[in-house]
Design a protein. Structure first.
Lengths: 219, 144
């Protein structure tokens, strides 16, 4: 497949190396002159000097072919958003993945229709939450575009759900308890499954119901 | 009528001052506090310090009940993103955005953003000015 990578920092350079190793065709666009020499030394003609938010630069990188994939991974969120928009809306690139540097900008990507994003900060924060479940609720999976989340909740002795059957829990509409993990083994929850202190329960829910679900399960 | 001007440099501040004197209720937004000085001592409008990508700042500038937004920071891509966010998030129809690169200005204009391209304007005026000189072709004299 043909991939255009915009941004030749640590992320872009490493992705380019991996894609080339996998046998894909890549063009890597980097606008910093001091960086491009290093990239050319490693990648040769694959590396190209230019500002990937400029349409002429993108065209030189072969955006009109169009590539199968565009990766907008510069250190600037506005640039990544613009590159993704031009690629998808202007040239019909089937898939564009944008890097979100500042998690606060995620909402702008969502609003402007750039649905495939990767945010390292949010990812690391997710891992921290998993290790330190401060709020009692850990997000395991977030299907942003589809509007669905999978979360894990730790049940303790004083949780209102402890000792109750799943069918007897008053969970918010739009959420469902799907599995119970006990002593390292997961079981699919049925209405008859009893939730016990020490269990980790897995629930699916619509985004926005986290607080109500948490209240229903752990108070 | 309420207008929010994002980016209070030479262009933004002049637009803000002019709109205010036209009777608009104007709030200017800039990352730098000293940009307020560009609005002059008699400025009676609002001024918010912060980045236009920050929703809290946009809220504080009063975009929720604004009738127009002017986006004129010094970054094309920043302006294009803020312009679209303002248009979509606050449902403001009159959003005008400064974009220096003619190609990007044209690309986003075709997608419903009111882009203003000073570069394109300069090109047109310069060409017009040269044509207005009415220079005639020199007669071939053989020796030059």
């Amino acid at each position: 497949m043909y991939v255009v990578v915009a941004g030749g920092g640590k992320v872009g350079a490493n992705i380019t190396r991996s894609l080339l190793d996998m046998g894909h065709e890549v063009t890597l666009v980097e606008q910093r002159r001091d960086k491009i020499e290093q990239l050319e030394a490693e990648f040769g003609h694959v590396a190209m000097l230019g500002d990937a938010t400029e349409i002429t630069v993108l065209e030189r990188a072969g955006i009109a072919r169009p590539p199968d994939l565009v990766l907008a991974v510069t250190g600037d969120d506005e640039d990544n958003l613009i590159i993704s928009q031009i690629a998808k809306e202007g040239y019909g690139v089937p898939k564009a993945i944008a890097r979100v540097n500042d998690p606060r900008n995620q909402q702008h990507f969502d609003l402007l229709g750039i649905t495939q994003t990767v945010c390292a900060t949010s990812g690391i924060l997710g891992l921290v939450e998993h290790e330190v479940p401060e709020h009692g609720l850990v997000r395991l999976l977030e299907l942003r575009r589809e509007g669905l989340e999978v979360v894990e909740v730790q049940i303790t002795g004083d949780s209102p759900a402890a000792g109750k059957r799943v069918a007897g829990l008053s969970l918010p509409d739009g959420s469902r308890l799907v599995a119970v993990m006990r002593r390292g083994t997961a079981e699919i929850a049925t209405g008859e499954t009893v939730v016990r202190p020490g269990d980790q329960v897995v629930a699916i829910l619509k985004p926005g119901l986290e607080d109500r679900l948490r209240k229903a399960l752990v108070g | 009528m309420k207008a929010v001007v994002i980016g209070c440099g030479r262009v933004g501040s002049a637009v803000a001052i002019q709109l205010a004197s036209d009777g608009w209720d104007v709030t200017a937004v800039d990352e730098a506090e000293h940009a307020l000085a560009r609005l002059g001592g008699g400025w009676r409008g609002g001024f918010v310090v912060g980045h236009g990508m920050d929703i809290e700042i946009l809220d504080r500038a009063g975009l929720a009940d604004a009738d127009a937004a002017i986006v004129a920071t010094d970054g094309d891509n920043t302006n294009i993103v803020i312009g679209q966010v303002v248009q979509k998030r606050y449902g403001i129809d009159c959003v005008v955005v400064r974009v220096l690169d003619p190609l990007r200005a044209d690309f986003y204009a075709k997608r419903g953003l009111r882009t203003i391209c000073p570069t394109q304007t300069a090109i047109s005026f310069l060409l017009e000015a040269v044509r207005a000189c009415d220079v005639r072709p020199r007669e071939a004299t053989g020796a030059s």
